[in-house]
Design a protein around this ligand. Structure first.
Ligand SMILES: [Zn+2]
Length: 106
């Protein structure tokens, strides 16, 4: 869970920082956003334990649907290309990359 996905998000952020030449936000923002994206799908554990009372495995919730993260990635890629102020679409893009990494590791 968090123990596995946080370091994976950190490694992805470090990789992105080495590979991307110009980023519209600070390296700390990249690190924070990717790591939050890498654990974001598991925030459904709150619902799993406190509301659903462990009736449905949390991997069946929409936050664990790869289509959600792929859709968010595609939308943010389009927005990054269409807008002049690119920090928010860029942050959304790297957030969704963290979420997709989570899907791969799950
Ligand atoms: Zn998960």
């Amino acid at each position: 869970m968090f123990i596995a996905h946080l370091p994976a998000g950190y490694l992805l952020a470090q990789h992105l920082l080495k590979r991307i030449c110009t980023i519209p936000v600070s390296p700390k923002a990249v690190l924070f956003t990717v790591m939050v994206g890498a654990i974001a799908p598991d925030l459904d554990m709150l619902y799993f334990y406190f509301i659903d009372h462990r009736q449905t495995h949390h991997h069946k919730y929409f936050s664990h649907w790869p289509s959600l993260w792929i859709g968010l990635l595609c939308t943010s890629m389009l927005a990054t290309g269409l807008t002049r102020k690119q920090s928010l679409p860029f942050l959304t893009l790297i957030f969704s990359l963290g979420g997709l990494l989570h899907m791969l590791l799950d």
